[in-house]
Design a protein around this ligand. Sequence first.
Ligand SMILES: [Zn+2]
Length: 282
Amino acid sequence: MPFPAAPAWLGIILSAVSVAAPSLSPLPVVTQPRIYVLDCGTLIYNRPEDYGLTREEVATTNMAVTCYLVVHPKGILLFDTGLSDRLVGRPVWENVLEGYGQVKFNTLRGQLADIGVTPDKITYLALSHSDWDHVDNANDYAGSTWLTQKPEREVMFGPQTTAADRLYYQALEHAKTVIFEGDHDVFGDGSVVLKFTPGHTKGHQSLYVKLAKTGGVVLSGDLYHYPEERTLHRMPKEEEAAGTAASRASMEEFLRKTHSELWIGHSIAFFKDALKSPAWYE
Ligand SMILES: [Zn+2]
């Protein structure tokens, strides 16, 4: 049966609806740096022994996966891209990698859109390192300028990695890139600095951000995983001779000198209590 002709008022309502279609909430202009803490998934894991700890010594064996957006008056930096957005809605048993079950409830892209940030608005992308739980959505942000330690980039695109390893970050190979080895002052005013902390990987880096109200914070990357590694002075066996001990010692000195807090992104305790996006730290 043909539809009756639409009454004239329907057109008025439809056009009103299209005008009122939801738009991204615009990100306000900032006068000082902010950090947004983003939920980039959870790792279901039960072998704290791999990190030099017993099950009795850790509050939980699982790990949060945290990404961060730093908004500075001169630009926007995304630090780590976490577990793949494609995991959302999938059961954990489908996605077990190296003994870690991957769970995700929110896409990174969606959380950024909620605060008015589309990938084209992100000036810089930096990865703490290239392990899969930190880089899975990196291709989505390859239009930004990639800030990378030289040794990490060499591993990412060297013979040590396979095409499968590169799948989620391969677009970075031809991204606009700033390559360095050592600390890197992102906006040139000392408020956002990538700190070279090799050991977990050859080009591992943490991120220092000086916030006006919160004070200095360092986003650890995988300098630590479980918070008990820091309190009980433990580390994975294979990292003992790889530089982690020296990087941790110099980081502790830096934290003392700058009166900064260390935020351990894999810590469930940290993530549970953190102010999460769309709220922010400043
Ligand atoms: Zn990790």
